[in-house]
Design a protein around this ligand. Structure first.
Ligand SMILES: Nc1ncnc2c1ncn2[C@@H]1O[C@H](COP(=O)(O)OP(=O)(O)O)[C@@H](O)[C@H]1O
Ligand SMILES: [Mg+2]
Length: 236
């Protein structure tokens, strides 16, 4: 068996001197959807930042397609195939939708018009509003712009921190359908979600993170069936 596409193992680190992550391990196979859930403040966003290189790790390593990328900057990781949609401030509200997507292609020197067309095909509502300022869009559409922006570099691993925060259940379902569609093209997805139950339903692999440490790791299905996980983390 080959190594997982993303393999972030034994991560320890945090902000300043305080460690938030402690022996935290996250892996994702090619084309898989992995979901991180857990209480507020558990370190989910911190784990994503660590994988993306926004945090200095005191221990542990991050490998992408077998290559040790622990020492690389976020921009270097984008070149290696990572795309990251942060939890907040993930669009430029005063720029048009199309300008946001063009900004997403910042590292590309080739013709990205084909990728732009693909993003518009994936998110038709966003295509209709390409000349509008992104800040005028609904919450769900803004998240689509943010995801589309990350797709502009043609990542092999797409990381999403709470992509469905603040959207209605219908918009959430629709966004999850699009994420499944993205994964089917072979792109790996690593996603943090507050809508834990729904996210685990589409997850090949789920992580329950508590105080910066892995508490449970299993298939989404198994976690949803686990009585202890249900009671403690999924509201029964
Ligand atoms: N920039 C930061 N500086 C200092 N502490 C932070 C910073 N961001 C988050 N923290 C702290 O790290 C812990 C984990 O936060 P976070 O990773 O955002 O949790 P989650 O995403 O699971 O809600 C929390 O105690 C939070 O207060
Ligand atoms: Mg968070």
């Amino acid at each position: 068996m080959s190594a997982p596409y993303l393999s972030a193992t034994g991560m320890r680190g945090g902000y300043g001197k305080a460690d938030i992550l402690n022996d935290c391990t996250i892996t994702v196979d090619q084309g898989q959807i992995a979901v991180i859930v857990g209480p507020n403040g558990a370190g989910k966003s911190t784990a994503m930042k660590a994988v993306f290189g926004m945090l200095n790790l005191r221990e542990g390593e991050v490998r992408l397609a077998g290559e040790d990328i622990t020492a690389l900057t976020p921009q270097q990781r984008v070149h290696k195939g990572m795309g990251f949609v942060p939890q907040t401030h993930n669009i430029f509200p005063n720029m048009t939708v199309e300008e946001n997507l063009q900004m997403g292609a910042f590292i590309r020197k080739d013709d990205y018009s084909g990728t732009l067309a693909q993003v518009y095909e994936l998110f038709p509502a966003v295509a209709d509003k390409r000349r509008q300022n992104a800040g005028e869009l609904s919450g769900g559409q803004r998240q689509q712009v943010a995801v589309g922006r990350a797709l502009m570099t043609q990542p092999r691993l797409l990381m999403l921190d709470e992509p469905t925060a603040g959207v209605s259940p219908i918009v959430m379902d629709e966004l999850f359908d699009r994420i499944i569609e993205i994964a089917r093209t072979g792109i790996s997805i690593l996603m943090v979600e507050q809508n834990a139950r729904q996210a685990l339903e589409i997850a090949d692999l789920g992580y329950v993170l508590v105080q910066g440490t892995n508490r449970y790791t299993d298939t989404g299905e198994a976690l949803l069936a686990n009585p202890e996980v249900r009671r403690t983390f999924l509201g029964g």
